[in-house]
Design a protein around this ligand. Structure first.
Ligand code: HEM
Length: 125
């Protein structure tokens, strides 16, 4: 059976692009997240859009360019506490509210991202 991907349900590339744009505005305004990110956030935004596209079932844009994501490993050089995972998800929650109307779709997306975010926790508070 062909299933409609989350990527499609969200509205595809334009929607992902908006989401990522708004998400990093919130991240850069967050006192416990902003210090982790480089002053030039643009490259991170591009990679995140590529990664989330494939994460939600769209074309494998990130893997095509960078190979296997190994995303937890890529985050090991940053101190990710539970508090920071909460903050990351709060930024994403806001960006989702600003871009996606369908509440149950938003919840499904946030649930999938929550599992991933807490899996990236690599440091005690
Ligand atoms: C990169 C923080 C969760 C996807 C990064 C970077 C930081 C960071 C500091 C590196 C920025 C740089 O290039 O210097 C965090 C924190 C998280 C979190 C604090 C809280 C749990 C996630 C989640 C995802 C994600 C849940 C995806 C579902 C990415 C991607 C990159 C990235 C795709 C770019 C990787 C690359 O350089 O190729 N993150 N992240 N992150 N993060 Fe996260």
């Amino acid at each position: 059976i062909e299933r409609i991907t989350l990527f499609e349900q969200m509205g595809g590339t334009p929607a992902l692009h908006n989401l990522v744009e708004l998400f990093y505005q919130h991240v850069l305004a967050d006192p416990i997240l902003k210090s982790l990110f480089p002053p030039d956030i643009k490259p991170v935004m591009i990679k995140q859009e590529q990664f989330l596209t494939q994460f939600f079932g769209g074309p494998p844009l990130y893997t095509n360019e960078y190979g296997h994501p190994r995303m937890r490993a890529r985050h090991l050089s940053f101190p990710i506490t539970r508090e920071r995972a909460d903050a990351w998800l709060a930024c994403m929650h806001k960006a989702l509210q600003e871009t996606i109307q369908d509440v149950s779709l938003r919840e499904e997306i946030l649930e999938r991202l929550s599992i991933t975010a807490y899996f990236f926790v690599n440091k005690e508070e």
